[in-house]
Ligand binder design. Structure first.
Ligand code: LIP
Length: 272
């Protein structure tokens, strides 16, 4: 049954098929074509905020496929892709989420592609080739990992929660994030820092993490993973009553989400 009359299910199915095709093509290019001598092509907010030639090439591969398949859609990409579009559909792309991991040859990196219709995310795909895993979700139709249904782990108390997080590229922000972590770490089971927000959100969706939070993410980091986590049963948001934003991203199953969000608010995790 079509529960969204202005968005025919056929559109969501088409957007999912395109997102999967683009993510797998980019993933194969990145995984099989990674140069042995891969270096830094450019830096952004700091000397450790790096871009490789593969980030740029991956974004070009994805945007070329999108332009061919849906020429009237908008596009927002981490490495500069910016197309206004006229169709009401916007693609939000991180061509490599976990760029530093990819640069160092660590496996926790992914291609993250989301499709938004009239501003609402309706399709999310996070493809992690080195993990042999693709997570996907369509709004209202559940989340899947390698075609198996994905569900969050039942919420533990905060003190028993395995919590993922990450840190920014500017030293001043990292110092502040460490201050927050110093207070939180004795209050939870343990912390994990994987290096890819998209994968961290998927790990919440499949129950490998109880919760995840991070300050400073951009839409391309979280757009797809947010939908996947929500469709797997998580609550997501920023500060209490606010949506995800660069201020703060929080994801966890109900019960744990509220407890972690309230503690992060007390610790001022939403500001530098
Ligand atoms: C990364 C995020 C990660 C964060 C890193 C970096 P990038 O995105 O996915 O969660 O901790 O600092 O921002 O830069 O690899 O696309």
């Amino acid at each position: 049954m079509n529960d969204q009359p202005n968005r025919p299910d056929g559109l969501k199915a088409e957007l999912l098929e395109i997102a999967l095709e683009a993510a797998h093509r980019a993933g194969a290019f990145l995984h099989d074509g990674r140069p042995e001598d891969l270096g830094v092509a450019a830096t952004k907010s700091s000397a450790v905020d790096v871009v490789t030639e593969m980030d740029i090439a991956s974004e070009k591969l994805i945007t070329a496929l999108l332009a061919e398949r849906r020429p009237h859609d908008g596009v927002l990409g981490e490495e500069g892709a910016s197309v206004e579009g006229t169709s009401g559909v916007q693609w939000v792309i991180d061509p490599i989420d976990g760029t530093v991991n990819y640069l160092y040859g660590l496996p926790s990196w992914a291609v993250s592609i989301a499709a938004r219709v009239d501003g609402e995310t309706v399709v999310g795909v996070v493809h992690a080739p080195a993990r042999g895993e693709t997570c996907r979700a369509v709004l209202g139709e559940g989340a899947y990992v390698n075609d198996r249904p994905a569900r969050v782990r039942p919420a533990p108390a905060l003190e028993l929660a395995l919590v993922g997080t990450g840190f920014g590229y500017r030293a001043e922000r990292r110092a502040r994030q460490a201050d927050v972590l110093r207070e939180l770490i004795p209050e939870v089971r343990d912390i994990r820092r994987g290096g890819s927000a998209a994968i961290d959100l998927c790990d919440v969706a499949v129950g490998r993490l109880d919760a995840y939070y991070e300050r400073g993410l951009n839409a391309w980091d979280y757009a797809a993973g947010d939908l996947i986590a929500r469709e797997a049963g998580a609550l997501t948001g920023g500060r209490p009553g606010e949506p995800l934003s660069p201020d703060l991203t929080v994801a966890a199953p109900p019960g744990l989400f509220e407890a972690l969000q309230a503690r992060l608010e007390q610790l001022g995790a939403w500001h530098d």
